[in-house]
Ligand binder design. Structure first.
Ligand SMILES: [Zn+2]
Length: 396
């Protein structure tokens, strides 16, 4: 199956990438010097779940495809890129809240060498909006004077200067991705993951166009349970005390969700590092090695802590997106807007709320959820932001 198959509902972007990869293959074959379809730096933008990293990975695979850059999905080149083991394709995934300059410099240095497979060196930066300023500058230098066979693929939510610097943006071609329609997401769950059509349709709508989240909702009972708890929040807000209880519950659920995801990974990493350090022996220089070891363990702990914080915030943000969906449902029901509700399973509740609340107070509630997301993004302590939101949701 083509490497572009998972780019759901993104025909225009896929066409751009296909042409780029075909042009890149002709450059490698020496039959063309480039006709503008291929370029050295790309930015993939779009809302979470629209497939930014899927698109970047697909282009990286097509660049290594052995069948004239078609991105066949079957040759060795396509396979190894999609599996994350191709020697000439590197992925930068921030473990914590940001991507540091050290990591970026090392990457840029390696990306400057000639591709071992004779095609292209590709660097995929997921979450390029989390580059530190220094890391961004290191990347900019490489993009300004790219080695002839090196390609940078950056993923960010938007091209707003908060997400990516204006100078980097000006050197890149932008591929905008849109939120895929629920039907397209459902179709991919059925075809790719073998999920029953009715479950796929429900999960695609509930996930609001986020392919990965739709898959989790369809297949993971715990994820469904957490979503149910979030959607129960509006009817639990009966007084000030209930607001604080609901805030604590929401935050604890996010912590529990991220803990389950992170702990196993942390333990494996620490064991691997301790084993590597333990192999140092007790000979001359061992004392120095031990001091170095303590530093490395500290460094690992710092990175793990930062990664846990990020993971908790992501879990909390997913909950807030679900909650915003509920108030949006109330609003579209109230206004009789000709669009389907996000949460079909709470349609009766959102309809009842639409009877009771004015459009203005519903809008204030929706805004309270969005303000809470913004506040957390601006580093307000989650507990404080969520408590303020709950009070506003109760008051309306
Ligand atoms: Zn291929």
């Amino acid at each position: 199956m083509s490497v572009f198959a998972d780019l759901v509902g993104q025909d225009e972007a896929v066409e751009t990438l296909r042409q780029a990869a075909a042009s890149a293959a002709r450059i490698v074959a020496g039959t063309a010097t480039g006709n503008g379809a291929m370029t050295h730096a790309w930015i993939f933008t779009g809302p979470p779940g629209s497939g930014r990293s899927v698109a970047a990975r697909a282009l990286a695979a097509a660049l290594q495809c052995e069948r004239e850059g078609t991105g066949c999905g079957e040759c060795h080149g396509c396979h190894t890129v999609l599996g994350g083991t191709h020697a000439d394709v590197r992925f930068v995934v921030p473990e914590g809240l940001s991507i540091g300059v050290g990591e970026m410099r090392a990457l840029v240095l390696r990306a400057g060498t000639a591709p071992s497979g004779g095609r292209w060196q590709a660097v995929v930066v997921e979450d390029a909006d989390r580059l530190t300023e220094a890391a961004g500058n290191a990347l900019l230098k490489a993009i300004e004077e790219p080695p002839p066979r090196t390609v940078f693929l950056l993923c960010t939510p938007s091209t707003h200067p908060d997400d990516i610097s204006v100078t980097i943006r000006s050197r890149c071609r932008v591929v905008p991705l849109r939120q895929p329609p629920a039907e397209a997401v459902a179709e991919v769950l059925v075809r790719r993951d073998g999920i029953a059509p009715d479950v796929a349709a429900w999960a695609a709508a509930a996930a609001q166009g986020h392919v990965g989240r739709a898959k989790r909702l369809a297949g993971d009972a715990e994820a469904r349970g957490r979503r149910d708890a979030v959607l129960a929040v509006p009817r639990r807000l009966t007084g000030v005390g209930a607001c604080f209880d609901a805030a604590s519950a929401l935050i604890e659920a996010a912590e529990a969700e991220s803990a389950a995801a992170v702990t196993e990974n942390d333990t494996t990493e620490r064991a691997a590092l301790e084993q590597a350090l333990g192999a140092g022996g007790t000979g001359r220089g061992a004392a120095g090695a031990m001091r170095g070891a303590a530093g490395q363990l500290k460094d690992l702990e710092r990175r793990q802590k930062s990664r846990a914080t990020r993971s908790q915030r992501d879990a909390l943000d997913r909950a807030l997106v679900d909650l915003a969906g509920f108030y949006r449902d109330v609003l579209v029901t109230k206004l009789r807007a000709p669009v389907p509700v996000v949460h079909r399973d709470t349609a009766a509740l959102s309809a009842a709320a639409a009877e009771k609340w004015t459009p203005e107070s519903t809008l204030r509630r929706l805004e309270a959820v969005l303000a809470c997301r913004d506040a957390i993004e601006q580093n307000v302590k989650p507990k404080i932001a969520v408590e303020a939101m709950m009070l506003n949701l109760w008051k309306g």
